[in-house]
Write a protein of this length. Structure first.
Ligand code: PXG
Length: 288
């Protein structure tokens, strides 16, 4: 028997993967006009679902997109999509597009937002990255100016991050550090950044122009609960270069060490003790 095709939720109905389609007039496609979330499931349960849905609703609000269902209905849709696909440890993508409109920008010409929920298995980073740490570079692509497209909005237009990712890939690294328009450290293309200095954890504040990562918030809480001081403070490349440790957080990556930035070793060039402790605490939280 072939496997049952993946079931995709679109506006309340389930479709086989190959039949899950939306209009070529959808402004999500034509203009990147929409919002999304990426969520992990552990043991069949969506991790930090409430936080992800809160962020989705804030993103939608910021672009004046009204999500046509309630948060409770969305939570049910996420749970059901995991269940019908029999996914335990996986990845959920929730997408809300402006819907089909005309070949013009006007969002008011789009009447019905599309709500899409995809649950699939997840391809994890190779184990080696967690054991030996990542090498990253700072790229020249500046993170979106908050007054242009606020990075706090998880919008369907990810070209800013994709351009930075391309720069990184061209240079042979899989993640890249972006600075903001002031030259301060912002974040990586799909991960938030942290450094350790004199035993304290430092990370850029929201005002640096970053996505307010859910994993970032979890790791800040885990660190504080473990008695480690965490400061949200503006950082420069210099701060990263002289750090004792560096790590990234994100839904896909969880907590991953960084051992080299712009060809410079961070600390001794190996994952540090605070990073390894937080990786362990994060795993305990999600796998218990
Ligand atoms: N910054 C940016 C720009 C992101 O896109 C994060 C930080 C980390 O946020 P969370 O809430 O996930 O801790 C993200 C999230 C992917 C993928 O497929 C990327 C993200 C999330 C899920 C999947 O690369 N980025």
């Amino acid at each position: 028997m072939p496997d049952k095709p993946l079931q995709i939720y679109i506006n309340g109905k389930y479709y086989d993967k190959d039949d899950a389609k939306i209009s070529v007039f959808d402004h999500g496609l034509l203009y990147g006009d929409g919002v999304f979330e990426g969520i992990r499931s552990y043991g069949g349960k969506a991790f930090k679902l409430e936080e992800h849905l809160d962020r989705l609703w804030y993103s939608a609000r910021a672009i004046m997109l009204e999500i046509p269902i309630s948060k409770a209905e969305m939570a049910q849709a996420v749970d059901k999509t995991l269940a019908v696909n029999g996914i335990q440890d996986g990845y959920i993508r929730v997408v809300v597009t402006r819907g089909a409109g005309t070949l013009g920008l006007d969002p008011n010409k789009c009447s019905h937002p599309r709500v899409i929920v995809i649950a699939d298995s997840i391809t994890l980073y190779p184990k080696e990255y967690y054991e030996n740490g990542l090498t990253i570079i700072t790229v020249s692509t500046v993170r979106n100016h908050p007054a242009a497209l606020n990075p706090r909005i998880k919008s369907l237009n990810y070209l800013n991050n994709i351009l930075a990712k391309i720069e990184g890939l061209q240079a042979g690294v899989i993640e890249a550090l972006m600075l903001n328009h002031k030259g301060e450290v912002a974040e990586c293309t799909g991960d938030n950044i942290f450094i350790v200095r004199r035993g304290k954890i430092l990370t850029p504040p929201n005002e640096a122009g970053i996505l307010e990562g859910i994993t970032r918030a979890v790791v800040i809480d885990l660190a504080r609960a473990a008695g480690i001081e965490v400061l949200e403070t503006p950082l420069t490349k210099h701060d990263v270069y002289i750090a004792e440790e560096c790590f990234l957080t994100g839904t896909a990556a969880e907590v991953v060490p960084v051992v080299k930035v712009d060809s410079r070793p961070i600390g001794p060039g190996k994952p540090g003790p605070i990073t390894r402790d937080l990786m362990h605490r994060f795993r305990q939280l999600t796998r218990s």
